[in-house]
Design a protein around this ligand. Structure first.
Ligand SMILES: Cc1cc2nc3c(=O)[nH]c(=O)nc-3n(C[C@H](O)[C@H](O)[C@H](O)COP(=O)(O)OP(=O)(O)OC[C@H]3O[C@@H](n4cnc5c(N)ncnc54)[C@H](O)[C@@H]3O)c2cc1C
Length: 363
C-alpha cells in the first residue's frame, strides 16, 4: 500500500515525489513507461562519450529564485547564457531579432535604440489587436522580417500557417531594439553541472520513494494499492479519449557524430527557409564538455510521435477544459504537468506549478 502513486518521472512527478517523501514522510511509488528518469529532460552519454539531450535541447532558465534555490539542493550549476543564430539568405543572424539583425538584414546602420524604434515604426503594420501569429509579427516588424524569419519556421515547426495560430506562439519571441543577442533574458540561466539525469537521481534519492521504470500505468493500475494518484501523463488518454484526442506536435531527431571538436560556432542554428529540419543543436557548447569529438542533432517536426508540444489554439483549449472538468470530479486524483494540463510549460514553470500543487495537498 502506497500513500501516493505518481505516474511520470519528469519534473512534475519527480518534484512532487521529492516533496511528499521528504516533507510529509509518506510512501511514494513513482512509475514511468520509459526506461529512464527525467521525462523529456533526460540526457545521457552516447556511444562516442558526448552528453546529449535525448528529447531536444533543454536550456534551463528562470526568474524565480524559489525554483532555482529548490533545484540547487539537487545539482550544482554551470552558468551559461544561451545565444543562437538563424540562417537567412546564406548568412547567420542573431535571433531574437535585435538591432544587429535589422542592420545586417536591411543593410543599414541604426546606432541607437531610438533609431531602431523609429525604423520599426515605419516597417510595422498598424494592427491594434492582433488575432493570430501573422498579425502579431507584422504588427511589430512588418512583412520583410516576418517572411524571412518567422513564416516558414512556424509552418515547419507547427505544420500550420501563422495565421492559424494564437498570437502568443510567435509573440513569445521578443523583438529587441538593443544589441542583446541572448536567446532569453531571464536572470538565471544555467545548465545542471553534471547533467539532468544526475539531478533527477538526486531528487528521487529518498528511502520513501520506490521507482519503477518500463511501467505503464494502464498495465498496473489495478494491481497497486494507493490512497492518492498524481498523474502527469496525457489527460485525454486518462479518460480514454472520450471527447477526442488533444493534438500535439512532435519531433524526429537525427543525431550525427563528427570527428572534430566543434561542428558549428553556436549551440543552436535555426533554418527557417532551407532544409526539412528546423534547427541544428550542438549541445556541447551549453554543457561545456571537453572532447575531441562532437554530436549534433537535427530536428524534424512531425505530427506522429511523442506528444511534445500542445498546439496553442482555442479549439484545443476548449477540448482540454472538458477533460479537466472530468478530472476535477475525481477526489483522490491530482493532475499536473505539461501533458496533464495541456500547457506549454518550461521547466521552471512546471517546477513552480508542482511546488504550488504540493502546498495545496491536504493529506
Ligand atoms: C523538444 C523540447 C525542448 C524543450 N526545451 C526546453 C528548454 O530549453 N527549456 C525549458 O525550460 N523547457 C523546455 N522544454 C519543456 C520541458 O521539457 C517541460 O517543461 C518538462 O519536461 C515538463 O515536465 P513534465 O513532468 O510535465 O512532463 P514530461 O517531461 O513529459 O514527463 C511526463 C512523463 O510521464 C510519463 N508517462 C506518460 N504517460 C504514462 C503512463 N501511462 N504510464 C507511465 N508513465 C507515463 C512519460 O513517459 C514522461 O516521462 C522542452 C520540451 C520539448 C518537448
Amino acid at each position: 500500500m502506497y500513500d501516493f502513486l505518481i505516474v511520470g518521472a519528469g519534473f512534475a512527478g519527480s518534484v512532487l515525489a521529492e516533496r511528499i517523501s521528504s516533507q510529509l514522510d509518506k510512501k511514494v511509488l513513482i512509475i514511468d513507461k520509459r526506461n529512464h528518469l527525467g521525462g523529456n529532460c533526460y540526457d545521457y552519454y552516447n556511444d562516442i562519450g558526448i552528453l546529449v539531450h535525448k528529447y531536444g535541447p533543454h536550456y534551463f532558465r528562470t526568474n524565480s529564485k524559489k525554483v532555482y534555490n529548490y533545484l540547487s539542493k539537487f545539482t550544482k550549476w554551470r552558468p551559461y547564457e544561451y545565444k543562437i543564430r538563424t540562417y537567412v539568405n546564406g548568412e547567420l543572424y542573431p535571433i531574437p531579432i535585435n538591432r544587429e539583425t535589422l542592420n545586417k538584414f536591411f543593410k543599414i546602420n541604426l546606432k541607437t535604440e531610438k533609431q531602431a524604434k523609429e525604423f520599426l515604426k515605419k516597417k510595422r503594420i498598424d494592427i491594434e489587436n492582433p488575432q493570430n501569429s501573422e498579425e502579431e509579427v507584422i504588427s511589430k516588424v512588418g512583412w520583410e522580417i516576418y517572411k524571412k524569419f518567422f513564416k516558414n519556421y512556424t509552418i515547419k515547426q507547427w505544420g500550420l500557417n501563422p495565421k492559424q495560430l494564437d498570437p502568443s506562439v510567435c509573440g513569445r519571441i521578443p523583438i529587441r531594439i538593443n544589441n542583446d543577442d541572448r536567446y532569453f533574458t531571464d536572470k538565471i540561466q544555467a545548465m545542471p553541472l553534471n547533467g539532468y539525469h544526475e539531478l533527477f537521481q538526486n531528487l528521487l534519492n529518498n528511502s520513501n520513494i520506490k521507482i519503477k521504470l518500463n511501467t505503464n500505468y494502464w498495465k498496473i493500475k489495478n494491481k497497486i494499492k494507493y490512497k492518492y494518484l498524481i498523474y502527469t501523463g496525457r489527460i485525454d488518454e486518462f479518460f480514454n479519449y472520450k471527447y477526442g484526442k488533444l493534438p500535439y506536435r512532435s519531433l524526429r531527431f537525427k543525431h550525427e557524430n563528427y570527428d572534430k571538436e566543434y561542428y558549428q560556432d553556436w549551440v543552436q542554428i535555426n533554418y527557417p527557409n532551407n532544409y526539412e529540419f528546423t534547427r541544428i543543436i550542438e549541445i556541447k557548447h551549453a554543457t561545456g564538455q571537453k572532447n575531441s569529438k562532437t554530436t549534433i542533432v537535427k530536428e524534424f517536426p512531425c505530427t506522429n510521435g511523442k506528444p511534445f508540444y500542445p498546439i496553442p489554439r482555442n479549439i484545443n483549449y476548449r477540448l482540454f477544459e472538458m477533460y479537466k472538468k472530468e478530472a476535477d470530479k475525481i477526489k483522490n486524483l491530482i493532475i499536473v504537468g505539461r501533458l496533464a494540463q495541456y500547457k506549454y510549460y518550461n521547466m521552471d514553470q512546471v517546477i513552480e506549478e508542482s511546488l504550488r500543487v504540493f502546498e495545496n495537498i491536504n493529506y
